[in-house]
Design a binder for this molecule. Structure first.
Ligand code: KIV
Length: 256
């Protein structure tokens, strides 16, 4: 019997423990019940119902068209796949337009995600969203921040570009992460930044830093499941590795 069969569900305290003991956190996106059960069996620590479903499930060119109803639907599918004894911690992305205007909007949207089965919500943004993070955490909603490349701002950023390349830009990303951590975020995703900045965030922010295209030194890594299995519809980002290469089953690829 694998240790996973008797493993306790991952909690916020367990995520903090993994960080303080220098253990890595494995995060994968998931959008349905079958993959939820499979990723649980394979040992994923955290599942993220990402608004990347706009790209990989719906075929859009960005995450912007994804709605709260769609996020709640897929969160419910994943939560049912995990069941009451599932081990991974479940995070749901808050889609574009549901939290940027203010804390009350963010709370209403988060309530829908938590009622669908999420245990934490993820919102994109830096210092400007810290007041919303504080508002949510004070009301019992655990929050994961998302800094660096924030895909919902693709139009403002002028494309999916590496962020934090100059010393000034790197300091700004670090200031964003620290503001979110001070406001109560329990975890922060950092996307597409140079390796040094990923390492600095991990050392200095005080919360688990989960990287995607942010180098190997982060507390954990997150991958879109389609990317990890080499079935993304478009061109893969440079940091993406196809884990099916050299593995003869999805289970072995995911475990790797
Ligand atoms: O939407 C998503 O899947 C994400 C991850 C890529 C971090 O935000």
């Amino acid at each position: 019997m694998s240790y996973l069969e008797n493993a306790k569900p991952v909690t916020l305290a367990e995520l903090a423990r993994l960080r303080s003991e220098g253990e890595k956190i494995a995060v994968l996106t998931c959008y349905d019940a079958s993959f939820a059960a499979l990723l649980d069996r394979c040992g994923a620590d955290v599942l993220l119902v990402g608004d990347s479903l706009g790209n990989v499930l719906q075929g859009h060119g960005s995450t912007l068209p994804v709605t709260l109803e769609q996020m709640a639907y897929h969160t419910g599918c994943v939560a049912r796949g995990l069941g009451t004894r599932g081990r991974p911690f479940l995070i749901a992305d808050m889609p574009f337009g549901t939290y940027q205007a203010g804390p009350e909007d963010a709370f209403r949207a988060s309530a829908a995600a938590l009622q669908a089965g999420a245990q934490m919500v993820k919102i994109e943004g830096g210092e400007w969203i810290a007041r919303t993070v504080e508002f949510l955490t004070q009301r019992g909603v655990p929050v994961c921040g998302h800094v660096g490349l924030t895909p919902q701002s693709v139009n403002a950023l002028g494309g999916y570009r590496v962020q934090g390349k100059t010393a000034e830009a790197a300091d700004a990303v670090l200031a964003d992460a620290k503001a979110l951590a001070r406001a109560g975020a329990s975890m922060i995703v950092v996307e597409c930044v140079p390796r040094d900045l990923g390492a600095r965030l991990t050392r200095e922010s005080g919360v688990p830093i989960v990287g995607i295209g942010a180098g190997p030194d982060c507390t954990g890594q997150v991958l879109v499941i389609q990317d990890a299995l080499g079935i993304q519809p478009g061109r893969a980002a440079r940091f993406v590795r196809n884990f099916m290469t050299g593995h003869d089953s999805i289970e072995r690829a995911i475990a790797a």
